[in-house]
Design a protein around this ligand. Structure first.
Ligand code: FPP
Length: 238
């Protein structure tokens, strides 16, 4: 039976299909990314309205550096512009913004915009919005492994005492619960180096809808679908 009261605490999204959307509309790829920002706005609103506590979005992967320079530059400019423009509204909505990823690899300008927006929204208590920027799961896990190795060699961590919690506590997402639901748009059915550790027991929802067309109604549809899932976490359920 459908349990309409069950809402995921944490939703993660791989926002895919901006380029194809732009192509379908006879526009440059960057136009699709700009429209994608509107979908982010809708997802934030829908998350708050539904009582979702955490929303993580994949904005730029470490692999995305392989794209043409013009597209990367346009994306970075879009991040700066959007972060600065949206911060006051996010604050008003009670959203606290956090960036995860290898921020050292971002330009000083992007880093400044991030720091300012994180500061401006620090008090938000309705929704935690986590933006993965220059992020990849293998980067994050490698960093965690490095931290653990350093602590072990310094004698502050017993290698035999290392557990899954030890690893989880050294991930960029240590402060937050794992996602209950992962959404990927545009019909691609893969994880693309996104939250590989954290998605271990998440429900996966793939839709053909391209990210710029993923509006609040589509978000609600994904949540309705999630509410019909039978989560087992590896256990037997009657
Ligand atoms: C994937 O579509 C999308 C991206 C790599 C960029 C996502 C960024 C945004 C939606 C802007 C978000 C802004 C903020 C402030 C967080 P694609 O280019 O891979 O599309 P394609 O597969 O159709 O080519």
């Amino acid at each position: 039976m459908t349990d309409t009261t069950r809402t995921p605490r944490h939703v993660a999204i791989i926002m895919d299909g901006n380029g194809r959307w732009a192509q379908q509309h006879g526009k440059e790829r960057v136009f699709g990314h700009a429209r994608g920002v509107e979908s982010v706005r809708g997802a934030v609103k829908a998350a708050i309205r539904n009582g979702v506590g955490y929303l993580t979005i994949y904005a730029f992967s470490t692999e995305n550096w392989g794209r043409p320079t013009e597209e990367i530059d346009a994306l970075m400019e879009l991040f700066c512009k959007s972060i600065a423009a949206e911060a006051p509204e996010l604050r008003r909505q009670g959203v606290s913004l956090h960036i995860i990823g290898d921020t050292q690899g971002l330009s000083p300008e992007v880093r400044e915009h991030i720091a300012l927006a994180e500061q401006q929204t620090a008090d938000g208590d309705k929704l935690v919005l986590i933006v993965a920027l220059n992020y990849s799961s293998r980067w994050e896990l490698t960093e965690a492994a490095r931290a653990i190795a350093r602590e072990a060699s310094a004698g502050t961590l017993d290698p035999d005492a290392v557990t899954a919690e030890t690893v989880g506590a050294r991930l960029a997402t240590a402060a937050w619960p794992d996602p209950d639901l992962l959404i990927r748009t545009s019909g691609e059915c893969r994880l693309s180096n996104f939250l590989l550790w954290q998605l271990a027991y998440s429900e996966l929802y793939f839709t053909e809808v391209l990210w710029p067309d993923f509006d609040e109604r589509e978000f609600d549809k994904a949540l309705d679908n999630y509410r019909q899932r039978d989560r087992r976490f590896g256990l037997i359920k009657n």
